[in-house]
Design a protein around this ligand. Structure first.
Ligand code: FAD
Length: 452
């Protein structure tokens, strides 16, 4: 049941519409714009690129992400370009044998009341940007920022245009210019010693090969784990395109390649030459791939400016490596929490307090997930040896226990990760704030009392 679609802001004197500028029209920017627009505010997005990206890999949207999309009222639109996957199967790299399995259909709906979907990233992004536009969000493309006035809440563009607001939200991704401006120093994302490759296969191509048919007919997520890499495949859409995405080792001294570039398959085939024959067969069928450097940022402890009119959100605040498949879902949770808090704020003077409450709610959620994602890379990508043999034994033979090697096979961790309800978190936080019980705020909760 959409929660935020019902929100109507009263255009009376005691409940102000805020003018909000969002920098970046990625998943974080577009979902936040939708939430804020539904909360009754005026939203303009300033996006650097002159047009939407056209090539991309697949993206999986776990139940905590789809719950957030439903709360934003866009799950139906997104689902038109997505598919519900059957399962995730963890496979040994050398022969493809099964190490562990997570059933997704129908268990995700039964346990978490939200589906587990996969989509092509560009299709997903287009569907949320279209929804944002339909709601009246203004998306300005080709905006090159020259400076941000954090105290005055204005953004200057290189072409001379200036945008003013009550609040600026930096959603410009891991490479964030906003973050560098906030910290007053260059803050490039970290190289993790990996690059990513991604390639796509048509349904017709896979159906021609008897041993590859199951990838299409029983759409699941095979994950091969092995020395130096994790390789994941899944169908991305009901037209049954199959996407394969994986890591390749790369010296940290190499230049960071931030945007996907078309590339041939030679390096990929050499890297996986001793892996499961099924995976190698797939790689042989791929005519080309896209590649880019895997990056993330160190834990960031300052998301907002002390003046209380600017905050970072999404990857610009907490970009993580994708070994838990949670980065985008965390953007969507951010979007719901911030929108819901700003839906309830009645006065501009409350915005700085809202940002404090938002950061305090979100950091204890996002930062542990970010750290666990990094630990997961070492667990998945172990070299052959006694530790890897013991990992495989535990996965094959044992019931999950606390700190089980793969968190998404551990029901307790899974429940913590997938049950998160961003609306409830925001509402609990707002209630506590309105009782004057949120540390670090400036006392603007009293405005609510005065207006009652
Ligand atoms: C290989 C890989 C696989 C992943 N798989 C998953 C998955 O399955 N599930 C999941 O939940 N997450 C996944 N993630 C993580 C997810 O992709 C990110 O967390 C998410 O895309 C971040 O969204 P964002 O909007 O914060 O940033 P971005 O997607 O980087 O968007 C930032 C936007 O801001 C714009 N921009 C940049 N700089 C400026 C500027 N100076 N001015 C104006 N605009 C600017 C950009 O053009 C872009 O449109 C994966 C990540 C990777 C690398």
């Amino acid at each position: 049941m959409p929660v935020m679609t019902e929100a109507k802001r009263h255009k009376s004197n005691d409940q102000k519409e805020f003018d909000i500028l969002i920098i970046g029209a990625g998943i974080a920017g577009a979902t936040t714009a939708i939430g804020l627009k539904r909360a009754g505010h005026n939203v303009v997005i300033l996006e650097r690129m002159p047009e939407l990206p056209t090539i991309s890999e697949s993206i999986q949207i776990p139940p905590n992400g789809t719950r957030a999309l439903e709360q934003l009222g866009v799950l139906t639109a997104v689902s038109k370009h997505a598919i519900a996957l059957n399962d995730v199967s963890l496979r040994s790299y050398s022969d493809g044998s099964l190490l562990g399995k997570l059933e997704l259909l129908p268990h995700m709906m039964e346990r978490y009341l939200s589906p587990y979907l996969a989509s092509q990233r560009v299709a997903f992004l287009k569907s949320i940007e279209d929804e944002a536009r339909k709601l009246g969000v203004q998306i300005e493309l080709g905006c090159m920022i020259s400076s941000i006035d954090f105290e005055g809440a204005s953004v200057n563009l290189i072409d001379g245009r200036m945008f003013n607001g009550d609040l600026i939200i930096g959603c410009d991704g891991a490479l964030s210019q906003c973050r560098s401006l906030l910290l007053r120093r260059p803050d490039p994302p970290r190289h993790f010693g990996n690059k990513i490759f991604s390639c796509e296969f048509s349904q017709e191509l896979l159906l021609d090969h008897e041993d590859l048919r199951d990838l299409i007919d029983l759409p699941g997520t095979p994950c091969w784990i092995g020395p130096g890499s994790l390789c994941i495949g899944n169908v991305v859409h009901e037209n049954k395109t199959f996407n394969l995405i994986g890591g390749l080792e790369e010296p940290m001294t190499n230049e960071v390649q931030t945007h996907p570039q078309l590339s041939d398959m030679e390096e990929v085939k050499v890297f996986f030459k001793n892996w499961d024959p099924t995976l190698r067969k797939l790689l042989d069928l791929a005519p080309f791939c896209i590649k880019w450097t895997l990056t993330a940022i160190p834990d960031l402890h300052q998301w907002s400016h002390p003046a209380g009119k600017f905050i970072l959100l999404g990857d610009s605040a907490h970009a993580m490596i994708p070994y838990l498949g949670q980065g985008a879902a965390q953007c969507m949770e951010d979007a719901v929490v911030l929108s819901r808090l700003l839906e309830q704020a009645r006065h501009r003077e409350q915005i700085p307090d809202v940002l404090t409450v938002f950061e305090d709610i979100r950091k204890p959620r996002v930062l542990p997930l970010k750290r666990r994602s990094e630990e997961m890379r070492d667990v998945y990508c172990m070299q052959d040896g006694p530790q890897q043999a013991e990992r495989d034994r535990q996965l094959r033979d044992m019931e999950p226990y606390a700190d089980y090697p793969i968190p998404w096979l551990d029901p307790e961790y899974l429940s913590w990760m997938y049950s998160y309800d961003a609306v409830r978190e925001a509402d609990d936080g707002w209630k506590k704030y309105c009782e004057g019980k949120w540390p670090g705020t400036r006392g603007a909760w009293k405005l609510n009392r005065m207006m009652e």
